[in-house]
Design a binder for this molecule. Structure first.
Ligand SMILES: Cc1ncc(COP(=O)(O)O)c(C=O)c1O
Length: 415
């Protein structure tokens, strides 16, 4: 069985992290943080702030901005639930921007509807590894005088530090991201004063527990082994014998923080071993690693075109596109998951994300395309370890699967 995802980290990196957990004292935190931040912006402008996660950085930014309660935050309609919860926690109003399913970029009519005089912040996510053209959003930002935040959590590329005109660009190195350090994030901010105020707030936080971080490294040593083809096959076999739902087990093993603890958990400074591993990963990360993933993604999409041309691939027209994940739309995702499992492929639904609800003040703002897309979203396994034979079998296994009719979406076409 091919598992849904492989973690983008080698055993040697996990061992490096464990070594750092044993030897790097938190007294070196400042030094490591400064070095990492300076390196991140060495070929770029602005200031960098290293955080525990993108969610921690987003919460920090909303504290630093001190917006009046009731201010609106226009957001890409598809994001992770915590990003929306954080906005609400600050007494602000999330307003969805509907997305064009072909590019996953904001739909221009929806941009005009969502962004108005009450908008103080706009946050646009580059989804699935594709990059959104920010030019129309920059124009909307300048029209209303808001702050533009670029959420690059799914779009890390070595050397890319975000759009030079975005006010804030956030990169995540969480568990399932490219170049993961099993946590950590880097924010680039254009305004040095804002960066200083974020650093000031963050310095009042407790430091993440290094022992917990070491346990996470050990857990992922095990999960990495289980995500190999023989390891995953054995896991599924074991779960079936014990009558356990392996999908639920896997989702639980990588799930985020409990809802009532979210803000408290986010408000920690990254520990020294995390900063050491993040620096090690970023400074040693090769373009080759990413280009292998991109080629696999491109090849799978070509094969889908050949074997099952009606299958819809959301975001396929985004450029550049790294194919961090390869999503498709299936009329009945559960049935598609079962069909693929029989063929030896572990696909999964997009439960880790959510569609931002439109507030009562924007009755016309329902993100219809995104909601429709979300109901049919399915992620295929696709990573460098899958050879041509595996990708062909995957595309062939999808032949009986039907995709929702394109007429349900305003702008969608086949790959
Ligand atoms: C679009 C998007 N935004 C934000 C995040 C949060 O990143 P982090 O885990 O670093 O908080 C994620 C994580 O998956 C994401 O996919």
């Amino acid at each position: 069985m091919w598992s849904r995802k492989r973690f983008d980290i080698d055993y040697s990196d996990l061992i490096y992290g464990l070594g750092a957990a044993l030897t790097v004292e938190n007294s070196r935190r400042h030094e490591l943080q400064n070095e990492l931040e300076d390196w991140w912006i060495s070929d770029s402008t602005g200031e960098a702030v290293a955080c525990l996660s993108v969610r921690s950085g987003w919460d920090l930014l909303l504290q630093g901005l001190q917006l009046p309660p009731g201010s609106e935050v226009a957001m890409s309609a598809l994001t992770i639930p915590d990003m929306v919860s954080i906005v609400r926690h600050h007494g602000l109003v999330p307003v969805p921007i509907d997305l064009d399913p072909r590019t996953m970029a904001p739909d221009s009519a929806s941009v005009d509807r969502a962004i108005g005089p009450r908008t103080r912040v706009i946050i646009i996510a580059h989804l699935f590894g594709g990059r959104v053209d920010l030019a129309p959003i920059l124009a909307a930002r300048d029209r209303v005088g808001a702050i533009l935040v670029e959420d690059c959590a799914q779009a890390f590329t070595p050397g890319f530090r975000g759009h030079p005109e975005a006010d804030v660009s956030c990169f995540s190195f969480g568990n399932i991201k490219f170049a993961t350090a099993l946590g950590g994030a880097l924010l680039r901010l254009r305004d040095p004063q804002l960066a200083d105020s974020l650093r000031q707030i963050q310095s009042t936080y407790p430091v993440q527990d290094s022992g917990n971080y070491a346990s996470r490294l050990l857990k992922y040593l095990g999960l990495k082994t289980l995500s190999s083809r023989p390891g995953f096959t054995a896991l599924i076999w074991g779960c079936r014998r014990l009558g356990m739902d392996y999908d639920r087990l896997l989702n639980q093993s990588v799930k985020g923080f409990p809802k009532d603890e979210l803000i408290w958990r986010l408000r920690h400074q990254p520990c020294a071993p995390l900063l050491a591993l993040l620096r090690h990963r970023l400074q040693g990360y090769s373009e080759k690693r990413l280009s292998e993933q991109t080629h696999r993604g491109q090849r799978l999409i070509q094969l889908l075109q050949e074997y099952c041309p009606e299958i819809q691939v959301p975001g396929v027209a985004a450029s550049p596109h790294l194919h961090w994940v390869v999503p498709i739309l299936a009329e009945d995702p559960s049935e598609a998951i079962a069909t693929l499992a029989n063929a030896g492929f572990d696909a999964t639904q997009g439960h880790s994300m959510t569609v931002v609800d439109s507030p009562a003040t924007h009755p016309e703002g329902e993100p219809r395309n995104t909601r429709e897309l979300f109901q049919h979203l399915l992620y295929l396994p696709c990573y460098p370890a899958m050879d041509e034979t595996a990708l062909v079998s995957l595309a062939q296994a999808l032949r009986p699967i039907s995709s929702p009719s394109v007429s349900q979406f305003s702008r969608m076409s086949s790959p």
